[in-house]
Design a protein around this ligand. Structure first.
Ligand SMILES: Cc1cc2nc3c(=O)[nH]c(=O)nc-3n(C[C@H](O)[C@H](O)[C@H](O)COP(=O)(O)OP(=O)(O)OC[C@H]3O[C@@H](n4cnc5c(N)ncnc54)[C@H](O)[C@@H]3O)c2cc1C
Length: 321
């Protein structure tokens, strides 16, 4: 939660607003069942937790600012490159407008973007960094979503090379550790491949001996992004296997040519084709995907400390029924 707050640039002066809204809501919902004493106890509990969070957030901000390329709060970046990766996913390379360095992220971390959209005004959205840590630029790869407030539609349809976007520094605690020793399985569905591509670029560059399996599920060939890049990285690395699954192959998709397998990834397939007994599993994908694999891997005997996952929505909703 502290990482999320730093990403959204939540500051100590914002906490009283939440306290007022929360205590007000408790009083309204509970009605006569709540008295001043109970409300005061809730207030005390809130401010106790707020104190812990503020301390942690202060520590994270200080640590980020202390690193070369680090910054605090919003910083102006511009879109330096734009690459269409598939029918639904486009990548954007973001460089600081001040010409300075960027803070090297941990592979798997995300940025928070402040976007000014024509319909909704200012909105904030998280996007995982899809390139390896470096000092000059971040790349994000964004799926265009129909409906909603239109952060992704703004990036796809309105933003151009040269458009300015405000960013807070990379955050998040889903990342490939620098000293990764166990083999890794990078398991993704759809646009959930973004942290995996950042991790794979890092592995290809910094972990020549790390046994790696990149396993990806896409809908079909038209929506499948970054396949050429992933296969080139795997080839250069030499210890990475790649397997792709299409859930609904189109007429011009053909297993063995455009992708490896028809259908969905299964735990049984992972057992037979990845270093299942020893690997760390990094997972990212839509909710049904995460529910299937977090539960499935665990039932198949993978210890919880070997299962790491990211969800592109509120964390507490990832495994909700
Ligand atoms: C840590 C993290 C990392 C992420 N990384 C990436 C990434 O690398 N690439 C990427 O493409 N995305 C990523 N996301 C998702 C991204 O932040 C946005 O959520 C996504 O782009 C959609 O934003 P939007 O403004 O276009 O649509 P939103 O306004 O967020 O709407 C998204 C969808 O939800 C539906 N919706 C919205 N509100 C409601 C409602 N009240 N009831 C029912 N349905 C509703 C909309 O119709 C739409 O289909 C990440 C999210 C997180 C939390």
């Amino acid at each position: 939660m502290a990482q999320k707050h730093v990403g959204y640039h939540v500051l100590p002066e914002h906490y009283p607003y939440v306290a007022k809204a929360l205590l007000g809501a408790i009083a309204e919902v509970m009605g006569e069942a709540v008295n001043d004493e109970v409300l005061a106890a809730w207030g005390e509990a809130y401010w106790f937790l707020a104190g812990l969070l503020q301390e942690r957030e202060h520590g994270i901000r200080e640590a980020i600012e202390a690193v070369d390329g680090g910054w605090n709060g919003w910083r102006a970046f511009e879109i330096a490159e734009r690459t269409v990766e598939s029918a639904v996913i486009t990548s954007f390379v973001l460089r600081p407008k001040d010409g300075g360095k960027v803070l090297p992220h941990k592979p798997g971390q995300y940025l928070t973007l402040r976007l000014t959209t024509p319909d909704q005004g200012e909105i904030r959205r998280n996007y995982t960094i899809s390139n390896a840590p470096n000092e000059t630029a971040y790349r994000i790869s964004v799926k265009r979503e129909e409906g909603g407030q239109g952060g992704s539609r703004f990036l796809h349809d309105v933003a151009r090379v040269g458009t300015t976007i405000q960013l807070t520094p990379p955050s998040g605690d889903f990342f490939l550790p620098q000293a990764q020793e166990r083999p890794v399985v990078l398991l993704s569905g759809g646009v959930g491949l973004t942290p995996m591509v950042s991790m794979l670029e890092t592995i290809a560059d910094k972990h020549p001996e790390l046994e790696t399996a990149f396993v990806h599920g896409a809908l079909d060939g038209a929506s499948h992004a970054m396949d050429g890049h992933v296969r080139a990285l795997a080839k250069a690395h030499g210890k990475t296997s790649v397997a792709t699954f299409y859930a609904q192959p189109a007429a011009n998709d053909e297993a063995g040519r455009t992708h490896d397998h028809d259908g969905l990834i299964t735990v049984d397939w992972l057992k037979a084709n990845t270093p299942f007994e020893t690997a760390d599993f990094f997972l990212c994908g839509p909710r049904p995907f995460l529910k299937a694999f977090v539960g499935g891997l665990s039932r198949a005997g993978v210890a919880s400390e070997r299962i790491h996952f990211e969800f592109f929505g509120p964390a507490d909703e990832a495994l909700a029924v």
